[in-house]
Design a protein around this ligand. Structure first.
Ligand SMILES: *[C@@H]1O[C@H](CO)[C@@H](O)[C@H](O)[C@H]1NC(C)=O
Ligand SMILES: *[C@@H]1O[C@H](CO)[C@@H](O)[C@H](O)[C@H]1NC(C)=O
Length: 618
């Protein structure tokens, strides 16, 4: 949508609403809140689009450069004891852009993959590539084995890597070279024969601004970044982040009240949207400071916040749960997603009045929600105004068949308030779906057609949400995280939240395993015990009988020393599901819920065999 359209529409609506709102507000006070949220978002979106629709589009890099001109001495990055001002980063990225352009012969539009830990290099490398008009593909530093295959997706020309990740580079090098990918280190020395270290060339290059011609082809629709979406299942896919989307996501911080004097603490990996686009991008947008840390550390978290005078933190999923000690701190704002209501409440109790901005959205998604109402646990509201802008629906979903339920005409069915349904968001000009790089099949798989009328197209979020009678929206579960047992849906996150209350359990991951002769999947929980605690089968039995329906109580328990998690604190279920409940597949102690003994008892090979041969039914 171009600005005039947006402005006219917004102004028209505003006028209409000024007349209607006072009357409506008396009956429905949240309507005003809804409208303000809507107006803010329309304004933000229109501003982003206006910047990019100019004859010479103003991209996020231009916004950054404007800050670098206005406040050269303001720190942009803090990392350990290093301070990098806006000017430092501007100059360094100019040098890097020149060196990259010369050494790689980079043409605008060519993707370059980076494989770097969280450090300032990431940020100036990103700016350097952006200044050359080259999209950056952010490789996940945890997915070593995959990295070659992953690189192929956007056909990168060069791969820049930090020397820190040498092993992974050397492992993948033969494959990369066979594919014609050129590999460089961004460090001073190369430990690997045949791979050049670029830092000397970068330092020798001029720090003068780059000629504008590199970026003449950049438009609102140009690809700016590729982000590999992790998920807990399936191979990573490279989500396309266009200049428009980059600008919109970088503006999320501003929507949450991010200010130029803020100091944002980012421990999230920069290869994901939250860390790079919302965190660093948000700082570019408002001109704030970003404190980077290589890895999240629960014990260092609040110390760092005090040391760097942090005012804004970013969280994702269960990260908040790991923060144990309660020191004084100056944090006023937290932004992130995936916070469950219990952890959210506990967080507010322990850490005081921090304003929490919880949002819901997928990296590749075409719209999202944000908690603008202050309702704990809700990710947002089913806002009638916003719905005109980004039409979404919750539709009935068949968990077993793993597909939406359709009526006799072949169309999807809306759920009633209070019911859980699959979130789908209409693909429109306002809410485009940019898909995955070089993979039209995977892109098409995320598009759901014939939803409300024949021929329409919606983005399939793969998430189950619920809208209550007051129109608050709650995240329930990922589609893959819900399984069916005894004809009932079991939401793993709900079972996890319940089990987490058991005092000897430190961490828990719930999943479904196949049992011969049974339909659906049977619940199993991998748990890590609290330090010094031991497993108490009878107590767990009694607790689960009281708190969970019988179909949701895990039949099997597996005790692990550490639970596997992804870089964004999502738990990995794939390997656990594969191992199942076979005592021969793992050395971890396994327990079985024994209804006659009213306890979780060690799972013996005999019991396993009885279940496998269907002599013992569950
Ligand atoms: C944090 O703020 C205090 C007081 O304003 C100041 O003395 C200190 O140098 C600041 N710390 C950092 C790392 O900037
Ligand atoms: C979201 O909810 C939390 C908890 O009530 C609140 O502190 C925060 O201010 C809310 N965010 C917004 C934008 O209202």
């Amino acid at each position: 949508m171009a600005l005039p359209g947006a402005v006219a529409a917004a102004a028209g609506l505003l006028l209409l609403l000024l007349l209607l709102v006072p009357a409506a507000a008396r009956r429905c006070p949240l309507l005003c809140v809804d409208f303000v949220a809507f107006a803010t978002m329309v304004w933000s979106s229109a501003r982003c689009r206006w910047r990019l629709s100019r004859r010479r589009p103003v991209t996020l890099v231009d916004v950054f450069q404007e800050h670098a001109r206005r406040q050269p001495r303001r720190p942009l990055l803090r990392f350990q004891d290093e301070v990098h001002t806006y000017e430092d980063v501007e100059r360094r990225s100019n040098r890097a852009a020149r060196a990259l352009s010369r050494r790689l012969g980079l043409q605008p539009g060519r993707a370059v993959a980076v494989f770097l830990p969280n450090e300032p290099t990431y940020v100036w490398a990103w700016l350097a590539l952006a200044k050359l008009g080259c999209p950056m593909a952010c490789l996940n530093t945890n997915v070593r084995a995959l990295c070659t295959r992953v690189c192929n997706t956007p056909t990168p020309r060069g791969v820049c890597r930090g020397a820190l990740l040498r092993d992974a580079v050397e492992e993948a090098l033969p494959d990369l070279q066979r594919d014609g990918t050129r590999v460089f280190y961004l460090s001073a020395h190369s430990p690997t024969p045949g791979v050049e270290a670029l830092l000397p060339a970068i330092e020798a290059a001029s720090d003068e601004p780059l000629p504008a011609h590199h970026r003449t082809g950049v438009t609102a629709k140009s690809k700016a970044v590729y982000i590999y979406t992790s998920g807990t299942t399936g191979l990573p896919k490279a989500a396309v982040i266009t200049e428009t989307k980059l600008m919109m996501v970088a503006n999320l911080g501003r929507l949450c009240g991010l200010r130029p004097d803020d100091i944002v603490y980012t421990t999230l990996p920069l290869y994901h949207a939250a860390g790079l686009l919302i965190g660093v991008g948000g700082c570019f947008e408002v001109g704030a400071t970003c404190v980077l840390r290589a890895k999240f550390s629960a014990s260092q978290f609040w110390d760092d916040c005090r040391h760097y005078n942090v005012s804004v933190i970013q969280y994702v999923g269960e990260l908040m749960r790991y923060l144990c000690n309660t020191p004084r701190h100056g944090v006023r704002l937290a932004m992130g997603n995936g916070l469950r209501a219990e952890v959210w409440k506990e967080f507010l109790q322990r850490f005081g009045p921090v304003s929490i901005w919880e949002f819901y959205g997928a990296t590749e998604g075409n719209a999202g929600f944000i908690n603008y109402t202050g309702k704990i646990g809700a990710v947002g509201r089913d806002n009638v105004f916003l719905k005109t802008f980004a039409p979404f629906e919750l539709i009935k979903y068949n968990v077993e068949k793993d597909e939406p339920v359709r009526d006799e005409r072949g169309l999807c069915i809306r759920v009633c308030p209070g019911e859980t349904g699959l979130l789908v968001i209409k693909i429109t000009k306002n809410t485009p779906f940019d898909g995955y790089a070089g993979d039209s099949q995977k892109t098409e798989k995320k598009v759901l057609r014939d939803v409300l009328v024949k021929g329409d197209a919606f983005f399939n979020s793969g998430d189950l949400l619920m809208i209550d009678h007051e129109r608050f929206v709650y995240f329930q579960d990922r589609v893959g995280d819900t399984f069916r047992w005894k004809g009932e849906n079991v939401a793993t996150t709900e079972v996890e939240a319940t089990l987490a209350m058991v005092n000897f359990i430190q961490e828990v991951n719930v999943y479904g395993v196949s049992v011969p002769g049974c339909e659906g999947r049977c619940g199993m929980a991998a748990i890590r015990l609290r330090a010094g605690a031991s497993f108490e089968g009878e107590r767990l039995y009694a607790f689960t009988r009281e708190t969970l329906p019988s179909y949701a109580a895990p039949r099997f328990v597996r005790i692990q020393d550490a639970l596997e998690i992804t870089g964004t604190f999502k738990q990995c279920k794939g390997n656990l599901v594969r191992d199942g409940f076979d005592p021969g597949a793992t050395r971890d102690p396994l327990f079985f819920r024994d209804d006659t003994k009213k306890s979780y008892v060690p799972l013996s090979p005999d019991t396993f065999a009885a279940i496998r041969d269907m002599r013992l039914s569950l």
